[in-house]
Design a binder for this molecule. Structure first.
Ligand code: CUA
Length: 196
């Protein structure tokens, strides 16, 4: 009995001091609340991505950035806008420090459009204001975005991913013209609005 009275752990605590068990209990509750919050946030990500179709803006398609200019889809003669057999348009661009090639993309209104971009050096960004087009252009990958322009106009497109000292001067623009002003292209023909 005397031992128990002398044991400091069993002595009544002075006012204002919280017993260790209560501290542990409170900590456990907060930990549970935090884990719960994380679970809710994860759920929000999963639900919005499956229902709202919010997903990484591109497909996963690899390409060798060191040989873009030599052969394959992104050789210079294949850049610009191509017309597919079904009438839709495919615009191919290469981003490099500090330009997009071509720096003026010509497209037609009310037509399915597919952008295919890749980078020759570092990560760049491609964003068309007021449209769903917004993707990173990562070297080694092909970025693909599909859209359809509902009105003609000029969409100015500064690179929106910091890519070096010349980043602020890196831009292209997309000119959307009425269907009647868009040429009919042969299968191998490419068009752009770059001033010759
Ligand atoms: Cu390219 Cu910023």
């Amino acid at each position: 009995m005397a031992d128990e009275a002398n044991n400091p752990l069993l002595r009544p605590l002075p006012d204002g001091i919280v017993p260790a068990e209560e501290v542990a209990r409170t900590e456990k509750r907060w930990l549970l609340a935090m884990v719960g919050l994380l679970a809710v946030l994860m759920l929000v990500v999963v639900v919005t991505s499956s229902i709202g179709a919010i997903h990484p803006p591109s497909n996963v398609e690899r390409i060798d950035p060191t040989t873009l200019h030599l052969s394959g889809e992104f050789v210079e003669s294949n850049l610009g806008t191509a017309q597919e057999p079904d009438g839709s348009l495919t615009a191919r661009l290469v981003a490099d420090q500090y330009a997009f090639v071509p720096n003026c993309v010509k497209l037609a209104v009310d037509t399915p459009v597919k952008f295919r971009l890749t980078s020759a050096d570092v990560v760049h960004g491609f964003l068309l204001p007021t449209t769903n087009v917004n993707t990173m252009v990562v070297p080694g990958y092909v970025a693909e975005v599909r859209t359809r322009f509902t009105r003609p106009g000029v969409y100015r497109m500064p690179c929106n991913e910091f890519c070096g000292n010349g980043h602020h001067g890196m831009w292209t623009h997309v000119v959307v013209v009425p269907k009647t002003q868009f040429p009919t292209l042969a299968a191998t023909e490419r068009t752009s609005c770059v001033q010759q």
